[in-house]
Design a protein around this ligand. Sequence first.
Ligand code: GUN
Length: 288
Amino acid sequence: MATTILNGRELAQTLLKEQTEKVAELVRKKGRPPGLAVVLVGEDPASRTYVGSKRDSCRKAGIYAPDINLPVDTPQSVIEEKIDQLNRDPRVDGILVQLPLPKQIVKDEILYRIDPGKDVDGFHPVNVGRLVIGMKTLAPCTPTGIITLLDRYGLSIAGKHAVVVGRSLIVGKPMALLLLARDATVTICHSRTHDLQGETRRADILVAAIGRAHAITKDHVKPGVVVIDVGMNRNAEGKLVGDVDFQGVFPLSSAITPVPGGVGPMTIATLLENTIRAFCLHEGLPHP
Ligand code: GUN
C-alpha cells in the first residue's frame, strides 16, 4: 500500500506565504498589523526554543510580536498585571502564555485572566465552552492544525472512526471535539483504558497524544489507517521521537505524520491563523 507522508513542515510554509499576504492586506485595510504577545516566564530551554519559533514565524508574516520575557521568580501578581496590560493594549490581538509556568505560579489564574477574545490558545473556559457547543471559537492550536493538515491533504473526516489517545486540555479533549464537529465517530482513550490495542485497531484516523516514545506500534493499527503523531519525546540519544513507532506503523498506514516535521510546524501555523482571526474579530472584519 502506498503511504502518504503528511508533511507538516511543507504545508506550514505554504500557510505562512498565504498568511503573509493576508497580513499585508489587513495592514492596507486597517493601518496596523495583527499583534501576538507570547509571554515567557523563566529560562526553560525547550520553552525558549518554542517561544523563539513562534515569535520568528509571526515576524516573518508581518505580525507584531513583542518580546515579553519575565524572570523565573516573577510573582503571580506581576504576571497578572502584565496580562491586564496586554488585555488593554490595542496593538495586541492575541496573548499566549507559554506553559509550563514556574511552580510558584497558579497556572489557571493566569490563563483565565486572558480576555477570551485574545485567547489564541483556546484555553479559557469561555472558548472551551463555545467549542463544546459547536460555536465558532478560538480553538487550541495543535488539534486545529491537525484538522487543517487532514483537510489540505484531502483526507475526509465525516463518518470515519477517529480514536484519540490522550485526554489533555491542550490536545486530546479539544481534538475529540473538533473531530466530532466534523462528524467523525470519536473514541477517547487514556491511561486507564482497558484494551488500548482493541480500541486503536478500530481507528480509521488515529491521533496519538500520549507523551511516551513509540507507545503505538504495528500491533495497535489496522491496515489503511491515517496516523497523526503528536508526540515530542527525547530518546536516550537526545533525539526527538514521536508516540508512534514510525518504522513499524508506516507500511500499514495510508497516511502518517513524521516526527519532527509533522504536527509541530502545524501548531505554529495555526497560532498565526488564530492571531489573524482574533484581529478580524477585534476590527469587525469577516473571519473564517
Ligand atoms: N506548551 C506546550 N504546548 C503549549 C501550547 O499549545 N500552548 C502554550 N501556551 N504552552 C504550551
